[in-house]
Design a protein around this ligand. Structure first.
Ligand code: ZN
Ligand code: ZN
Length: 347
């Protein structure tokens, strides 16, 4: 089968590799119908997520049709159309039994290499899915691949961030960063009926898209964002901030722009080992600072898919490029150069 392989740091290649088979109890084999390139795939390629070996198959966002299952799989059968979760929780540890799947110490991730379970990815014609009863979700026939796809990763990730931000009806909130996850966060936040969603970025196309999703765009290159937000919230700041960037400056700005007693929910991936945090301000403002870590896909994708099914969210609106898997290398180039917002691939 054709698959997109990690070759070396900074290098990928499309190649013919053996079709995977069932390996462990609970496995399913899925024929991939649609897959996508995610920002974290770039981290795998550049080594920020370490452990990938040459020849490993990339990718963790996919939809497909089940071709074969092991007898241990109880929820799915051959021919079922399924959405994959990027994470594969164990299903039986202290965390999993409490539905805190993203905290599972034995979580595996498709296409992330040796430190996250050594499971091949889904940018291929077929993918082996371990623990399929947990890592797969049925897809309603009324929902297209593109519409359902992001509930397996970025849309549910953004929804997780919105839940943790404890948004209440009528609130004013801010979404910091309008990359794919930030744009999904604007859509997910709408489910909680805030009165105002400020969307912050410096890229005009992303701000325009956030505006079409109902947000008030703020170009961070044009103003001091926390001051601007205070001017538009009677001097208080917003009730909640969804931080979707993952750099220190964005986190500090988030603490600056939230009102006293407000919530900052952080889904942007932080990797700095330390931070100079103004503890005095953070303490006096009583900021509720919540780091989401890896989002709880398996615990929250029912709700996220419900939003998509009801039409309250349109995740596929962020797709900028549709390509065949054979053009995946070009897709990665465009995505890395930020000329593509979201690339979906058809094997
Ligand atoms: Zn991802
Ligand atoms: Zn577990």
């Amino acid at each position: 089968m054709r698959a997109l392989l990690f070759k070396d740091f900074g290098a990928i290649e499309l190649a013919d590799v053996p079709k995977p088979g069932l390996e462990e109890p609970g496995d399913a084999l899925v024929k991939v119908t649609t897959t996508a390139i995610c920002g974290s795939d770039l981290h795998v390629i550049n080594g920020r997520i370490p452990g990938m070996s040459p020849g490993g198959i990339l990718g963790h966002e996919f939809i497909g049709v089940i071709e074969e299952v092991t007898p241990e799989v109880t929820r799915f059968a051959e021919g079922d159309r399924v959405l994959g979760s990027f994470m594969i929780p164990c299903g039986h540890c202290w965390y999993c039994t409490r539905r805190l799947y993203s905290r599972c110490p034995d979580n595996r991730v498709f296409g992330y290499g040796a430190f996250l379970g050594d499971v091949n990815g889904a940018q291929a014609e077929y993918v082996r899915v371990p623990n399929a009863d947990l890592a797969l979700h049925t897809v309603d026939p009324s929902m297209s691949d593109e519409r359902a796809l992001f509930a397996g990763d970025i849309f549910t990730t953004a929804y997780d961030c919105a839940v943790e931000a404890r948004i209440e009806k009528g609130d004013s909130i801010a979404v910091v960063g309008c990359g794919p996850v930030g744009l999904m966060a604007v859509q997910a936040a709408r489910a909680f009926e805030p009165a105002t969603i400020f969307a912050i970025d410096t890229v005009s196309q992303r701000l325009e898209m956030a505006q079409t999703f109902g947000a008030v765009p703020i170009d961070a290159g044009d103003c001091h964002v926390p001051s601007h937000i205070q001017d538009h919230t009677d001097g208080r700041g917003v009730d909640a901030v969804l931080e979707c960037v993952g750099v220190v400056a964005a986190l500090l700005d988030s603490i600056d722009m939230v009102r006293a007693g407000g919530h900052v929910s952080v889904i942007g991936v932080h990797s700095d080992p330390e931070l100079v945090l103004p503890l005095n301000i953070t303490f006096v403002k009583a900021v509720d600072l919540k780091f989401c870590g890896t989002a709880n896909i398996v615990g929250r994708w029912d709700d996220a898919l419900g939003l998509v099914a009801s039409g309250k969210a349109d995740p596929e609106a962020i797709i900028s490029h549709r390509m065949n898997l054979s053009d995946a290398e070009r897709g990665y180039e465009l995505f890395a150069a930020r000329q593509a917002l979201k690339v979906v691939l058809t094997p």
